[in-house]
Ligand binder design. Structure first.
Ligand code: HEM
Length: 136
């Protein structure tokens, strides 16, 4: 691999890692809070985090395509792990967008369920990352 290619992956990974911190940290912190305005700020952070993960994750694949003229060669467990991450990001984006759109009118119980779900999705995605890394 060329230095430029390594540098590209490293730069994308920096963004991807901070996105992971936002998604996992933001969701878990929001679980502990009750104040609606703080939770709303965290919802914005977590949504940006999910979008960052989807965009930077796709950029990993596009970078490989740019340098090798082929998508990353993964199979088996790595493919499942990537699929799980993509599903978590899709559900996370939809749920946080709904939260920011109409969460003001949601009952406390639904808000709680949303943050539990976001935390479960985030922890599942970051755990899948380990399987994608070591089975590809
Ligand atoms: C559409 C969604 C996503 C895509 C397409 C994606 C894609 C990728 C790819 C291609 C890698 C590099 C794998 C390798 O080094 O072999 C990676 C690494 C990583 N991803 Fe994602 N990802 C997504 C979402 C997420 C989410 C939601 C999280 C965390 C909440 C996450 C956390 C990580 C971490 C921590 C790594 C580094 C793993 C390591 O090197 O040990 N990703 N991701």
């Amino acid at each position: 691999m060329s230095e430029l290619q390594n540098l590209s992956y490293a730069a994308i990974q920096v963004v991807h890692n901070f996105g992971a911190v936002a998604v996992v940290g933001g969701s878990l912190i929001a679980l502990k809070l009750r104040e609606r305005s703080m939770r709303r700020k965290l919802a914005q952070l977590v949504l940006v985090g999910w979008l960052t993960q989807a965009a930077s994750g796709a950029t990993f694949g596009m970078t490989t395509y740019y340098f090798h003229h082929a998508l990353p060669d993964i199979s088996g467990i790595a493919t499942y792990a990537l699929g799980i991450k993509m599903l978590c990001a899709t559900l996370g984006i939809l749920m946080l967008a709904a939260y920011l759109w109409s969460g003001e009118r949601w009952k406390e119980q639904l808000l709680e369920t949303a943050w539990i779900s976001s935390s479960v999705l985030a922890v599942t995605a970051i755990s899948s990352a380990a399987f994608l890394r070591w089975f590809s």
